[in-house]
Unconditional design. Sequence first.
Length: 218
Amino acid sequence: MRKMSGTDFDDLVDFFDKMAQTNWLSTIHDQLKDLSGRWRNKTILDIGCGTGRLLERGKEEARELIGIDLSHEMVEKSCSVLEGGRAKTRLLVGDAYSLPLREKQVDIAVSTCVMFLLPEPQKGLNEMVRVVKPAGVVAMLNPSPKMSPGEAASYANLVKMSGFERESLLAWSNVSTKRHRYSDEELNGLLMDLGLKNIRHTHVLDGLATITVAENRF
């Protein structure tokens, strides 16, 4: 499995920005933010921030928003999306395997479209946990074993998705089958090995994907 580079995503800025604003992914972003806890006066990190649409939800609430992405073009787009607002903003080109942050720096770390893409997800998870403060929160979105183009198409038919809403969900499902999909039990094992506690799973898209939230023990 090849590790993707920033240039793999540079030409996909418009696609990912539009996908982040679909009803299905925007709703998931809202759920993930709510499940991760209060963002007010906290430092929030988004690993694989894309065009910054998830972080945008904390512009008037957080103390600091940090976005890291492999793609220079994604980071440039994030700068325009996150311009203004109350929160201090830092947007960096960086690798999930080696985050350009010191240990125990952030209150909440989120990641919605990265960990399942990595050839070695454990390396990304190690880094994610490394930069989270004791009692801080990790929140992720990952496709479940149920995710596949066929199941995604069935779900899209069920909820009457059409146009780009449907296209983007099917594109995500296609990539998922070529990367990693996780059961709750597999996620529990990965996160418990890193010392995380109070692991909670919320299934979304009729079980095609899972929001996982956990607390850092150390």
